[in-house]
Design a protein around this ligand. Structure first.
Ligand SMILES: Cc1cc2nc3c(=O)[nH]c(=O)nc-3n(C[C@H](O)[C@H](O)[C@H](O)COP(=O)(O)OP(=O)(O)OC[C@H]3O[C@@H](n4cnc5c(N)ncnc54)[C@H](O)[C@@H]3O)c2cc1C
Length: 500
């Protein structure tokens, strides 16, 4: 009998059950900030990868904003060649460990996986995480080939996923690159927003180190728009092109009475105080935080889940208030499920209308309208409408998470930089070029709050055209919208080729 392993048929692959990601137990994990998923073993990873049927026309690649060759990397994992799988992912994705952890795969690659039509989709995100962790834990070489110096110099504003990806792509093409970051450390929302129990800090630090090892300069505590302007960078500082990756960190407010009471925070402020400024370790660190015992969180997106789960870990009884029902909650399925496992209360169809304070202006209660969903409108969407009933809950901390607008400092400092009426930086949809020659933009600054992988997708695209710009090959019919009502970039698939 031959010792060769029998190749599985497509039918057999489709029938295999998904390897669910092992998790730390909820009762234990809420006592610390350690990462919740345990990770696959090699055996589990190989088995999960063997569920891929290697479609002739792999739609999963089109579902990934950076176009990872998913079937190829899965095949390599199935064969146990994790090193080669890591190189394959790295061809298109500079932040695989982060993406494997935080990407909304359920709405992207896994949403279109053909296996998912009959069974659970292949665990593409879990496998990306496995490969990236294997690469890091085994110190596999990660520095890509770097083209000879072009003598050109690019400035990147912001060190979130868009800025870092743009820096990586431009450095690979042989340009000198400096990243300017307003904070005292790099990583953007991946560090100051997404909690450690979802994305450990050492992962981002490794990626920052990789950039430095490639020769990218990271310049912290530098607010572009205040200390230096776009004109300064293109003028006296001698940069040949600029990428704006300043994100969307300006919280949207609720506009209800009591919003200014003590103990009421925006999600960004709450999370930044904890994850960037270590307020949870006050007074060892000097940033204070009023962390109460009964915390109300408004909203049901990913950020709200992060706040709820963080508050839980800091010892509060946490309740989510959302004006629609669970089905409409915008959070990733996994985040919602993890929050539910962690003993968080959910008050669906509850719309806050007032925060009530005490004589010292500290928040003490939250008043909500009880809502119901209307019949579907022409678009099929059911609107939340008040039933006429209200209720009041005691709280001593409130965090609202209603999304964020684009950071305004750079646009405010440069009138030539075109933005729409919501402050979103307007770019030519194909090249990511703005209204100022040589200035490109990407990430949340051109879409409003979006995702890590989308930010990376724009940045890769922008880097490609910045390279052409800096090497004198950029001759396109640019179309930077002038209509203030024009929305930001809406992603409809991977980027098309520009018309010269
Ligand atoms: C709490 C939270 C949880 C999230 N969870 C997920 C998730 O699970 N999955 C997912 O895919 N996405 C998630 N997102 C969204 C995702 O993090 C963002 O879409 C992504 O980080 C955008 O990347 P960016 O590079 O455009 O901007 P950012 O990550 O916001 O980075 C922008 C950087 O620019 C810096 N900056 C701003 N202005 C200036 C200036 N004038 N000068 C110099 N530097 C400046 C900022 O300090 C920041 O470091 C989450 C967002 C939040 C807030």
């Amino acid at each position: 009998m031959s010792g060769e392993k029998k190749e599985l048929s497509a039918k057999e692959r489709m029938a295999k059950p998904r390897n669910e990601m092992p998790l730390h137990k909820a009762a234990k994990r809420i006592l610390n900030m350690d990462e919740v998923p345990v990770g696959y073993s090699l055996k589990q990873a190989m088995d999960e990868a063997s569920r891929c049927i290697q479609c002739k026309k792999p739609v999963c690649i089109g579902g990934c904003p950076v176009g990872i060759d998913i079937p190829k990397f899965l095949k390599l994992v199935e064969e146990g060649d994790v090193k080669a799988a890591a190189s394959k992912i790295r061809e298109t994705n500079f932040l695989p460990a982060a993406c494997g952890r935080v990407c909304p795969q359920d709405k992207q690659c896994e949403a279109v996986c053909i296996v998912g039509k009959k069974n659970d989709p292949v665990g593409i995100g879990n496998l990306e995480r496995f490969v990236a962790d294997y690469e890091r834990e085994n110190n596999l070489p990660r520095i890509p080939e770097i083209a000879p110096s072009t003598g050109k110099k690019a400035a990147i504003i912001g060190s979130g996923p868009s800025g870092l990806t743009c820096a990586y792509e431009l450095r690979k093409r042989g340009h000198d690159v400096i990243v300017f970051e307003a904070f005292h450390r790099g990583g953007g929302v991946m560090v100051y927003g997404i909690p450690r129990f979802r994305l450990p800090l050492e992962i981002i630090d490794e990626d920052l180190k990789l950039l430095e090892d490639m020769g990218v300069a990271l310049c912290y505590d530098m607010i572009i728009g205040k200390i230096l302007t776009l004109d300064d960078l293109l003028g006296k500082e001698g940069f040949d092109a600029i990428f704006i990756g300043t994100g969307a960190g300006l919280p949207k407010m609720l506009g209800i009475p009591g919003e200014n009471l003590n103990g009421v925070y925006s999600a960004n402020e709450y999370l930044t105080r904890i994850y960037m400024m270590h307020a949870d370790k006050f007074p060892e660190y000097t940033t204070p935080l009023y962390q109460g015992k009964k915390m109300g969180v408004i909203g049901a997106g990913n950020t709200a889940m992060d706040v709820l789960r963080t508050g839980k870990r800091l010892g509060a009884k946490t309740t989510c208030y959302y004006r629609r029902s669970r089905e409409e909650a915008p959070a990733r399925t996994e985040e919602l499920e993890h929050a539910e496992q962690e003993f968080i209360d959910f008050k669906w169809l509850s719309n806050p209308i007032e925060f009530i304070g005490d004589e010292n202006n500290f928040v003490r209660a939250i008043k909500c309208d009880v809502m119901e969903l209307s019949d579907p409108d022409e678009s099929g969407r059911r609107k939340p409408v008040p039933t006429g009933d209200t209720f009041i809950d005691e709280v001593d901390t409130v965090v609202f998470s209603l999304g964020c607008d684009v950071n305004p400092i750079v646009p405010d400092s440069s009138k030539e930089l075109r933005v729409n009426k919501w402050g979103i930086v307007m770019v030519d949809e194909t090249t990511c070029h703005t209204s100022i020659p040589g200035v490109f933009a990407g990430g949340d600054s051109i879409t409003g709050g979006s995702t890590v992988i989308m930010a990376m997708g724009h940045a890769k695209n922008a880097a490609k055209y910045m390279h052409e710009y800096m090497t004198g090959k950029f001759e396109y019919e640019l179309n930077v919208p002038t209509d203030p009502e024009s929305p930001g970039i809406q992603w409809t698939g991977r980027f098309s080729k520009a018309k010269r």
